[in-house]
Design a protein around this ligand. Structure first.
Ligand SMILES: Cc1cc2nc3c(=O)[nH]c(=O)nc-3n(C[C@H](O)[C@H](O)[C@H](O)COP(=O)(O)O)c2cc1C
Length: 188
């Protein structure tokens, strides 16, 4: 198998859930966002249809954590309920930077576009020595408080679709278990 630099970064990236307090530089964030913009997308005017919200304010991060946990506490899923009521649990993993990716509500390929873009960003983060984790959980905060969209100045007509935390990894060594599949068939 070919093991070039791109393949190495793809395999090395794993969700990081323990971060140091050191903040991510704007330069690195620009690199990461730029990588997102080069993802494949199903729409026209992609750059105009996607909106990035980068949150580094501790009070707002705490508010999102609390609102998301409150929403999870009311979920019909037991595992979400348990996390919502777990005082030790911080759904942003105390990361210094949280990014929300929103897209224009009417965009039909929104979920696909955001997913491809998010993965590009996670890989870019890994490539500049940062840890990251794709997150669904904190987006529940928007179910609890729709005013949050306004507070975060997400433009009208845009809807948060994916989110991620980014920061320096607290643990240098990350276990990368081998992933194998036999579910591949060539038809020649
Ligand atoms: C759509 C999506 C939502 C996710 N939401 C969360 C989340 O809310 N919290 C979390 O800790 N991890 C979340 N993850 C990360 C997954 O748990 C993780 O990617 C998966 O276990 C594989 O591990 P790896 O990223 O280390 O390869 C999410 C991943 C995806 C793709």
């Amino acid at each position: 198998m070919n093991e070039n630099e791109t393949i190495r970064i793809i395999k090395q990236r794993r969700s990081t859930r323990r971060f140091s307090e050191k903040q991510v530089s704007e330069d690195d964030l620009n690199t990461i966002i730029n990588a997102g913009l080069y993802a494949p997308n199903g729409g026209t005017d992609f750059e105009k249809n996607v909106y990035f919200t980068i949150i580094q304010n501790e009070n707002i991060l705490n508010k999102i954590n609390s609102l998301a946990k409150e929403a999870a506490g009311q979920s019909s899923f037991e595992w979400l309920k348990d996390l919502g009521s777990n005082e030790q649990f911080n759904c942003l993993y105390n990361a210094p930077t949280f990014i929300i990716i929103s897209v224009k509500k009417q965009s039909e390929s929104a979920v696909y576009d955001c997913s491809a873009l998010t993965q590009n960003m996670l890989l870019a983060a890994e490539s500049v020595g940062l840890g990251s984790c794709w997150l669904y959980f904190p987006l529940q905060a928007f179910d609890k408080d729709m005013g949050l969209v306004k507070e975060l100045k997400i433009p009208q007509g845009f809807k948060p679709i994916t989110s991620m935390v980014i920061g320096y990894k607290e643990d240098d060594e990350i276990n990368v278990p081998e992933r194998k599949t036999e579910n591949v068939r060539y038809i020649k």
